[in-house]
Ligand binder design. Structure first.
Ligand SMILES: [Zn+2]
Length: 239
């Protein structure tokens, strides 16, 4: 498990995922823009987020001023309370997070959820391991909401957010950095979550083909290695 940021291109880093998929700890995108840092997703827990903060300190990154949620799944959102920065999200993501935020989170609530929906047991157990302490936990509700697309200009760095939806999460958005030629795709072409998955489900190759573009050199999804355009194209063909 690495605790060091991986630089993709100037201004753009990731705090890399945990390769042990049982930990459900995704890549977190980090954009250093002038005197501020923007995060793409917030980590799966306050503990994960604190490790990201330490890695940011190691490169003397400026303060985190903005978080962007790629979608509302817990592993992308539950670290946000650590950063104290406003979050941007799609309208559907806002709705899901309002619902998630209204739950009485605690170890016993998670146990009750497992009883109520055994198909979600694997995810809920991973959540329970990631969030050790629920006492001060809260879901940070997004403040900047959009329905189709939103462009943020952050000290010379352009971030283009676009809603793409898909079978994994209807609220999925991608984040394009045209000047850096980097595309953050979240989980948008992944299979549906385990409890909703059917045997015939595959990676969404149509989504991948729609995203690939000569304008982008790097494709960063949440649970895999950063990919060059050629690698991403290959994955789309195999899907
Ligand atoms: Zn997801």
């Amino acid at each position: 498990m690495t605790e060091t940021l991986v630089q993709i291109v100037p201004n753009v880093y990731i705090f890399p995922r945990d390769e042990n998929s049982e930990r459900v700890q995704p890549n977190v995108g980090i954009i250093v823009a002038g005197r501020q840092t923007v995060l793409i997703d917030a980590g799966n827990s306050p503990r994960h987020a604190r490790r990201i903060m330490i890695a940011l300190d190691d490169i003397q990154a400026p303060p985190v001023r903005q978080v962007i949620y790629t979608h509302s799944h817990w592993d992308h959102v539950f670290g946000a309370m650590v950063f104290g920065a406003p979050a941007a999200a799609h309208e559907l993501c806002r709705k899901h997070l309002a619902e998630l935020g209204s739950k009485p989170w605690s170890h016993s609530y998670v146990q009750e959820e497992i009883q109520r929906s055994p198909a979600r047991e694997t995810a809920l157990r991973a959540m329970s391991r990631a969030v050790e302490d629920w006492r001060s936990f809260r879901v940070v509700q997004p403040e900047i909401i959009f329905t189709q697309s939103l462009t943020l200009y952050v000290e010379g760095v352009t971030l283009e957010l676009e809603h793409v939806g898909g079978a994994h999460a209807p609220d999925s958005v991608v984040v394009r950095l045209p000047e850096q030629r980097v595309l953050f795709v979240g989980d948008c072409y992944y299979l549906p979550p385990l409890h909703l998955r059917r045997p015939e489900d595959t990676l969404d190759s149509a989504m991948m083909r729609r995203l690939v573009s000569d304008a982008y050199d790097w494709y960063i999804d949440s649970h895999g290695q950063p990919m060059s355009r050629e690698e991403f194209q290959k994955l789309a063909e195999l899907a």
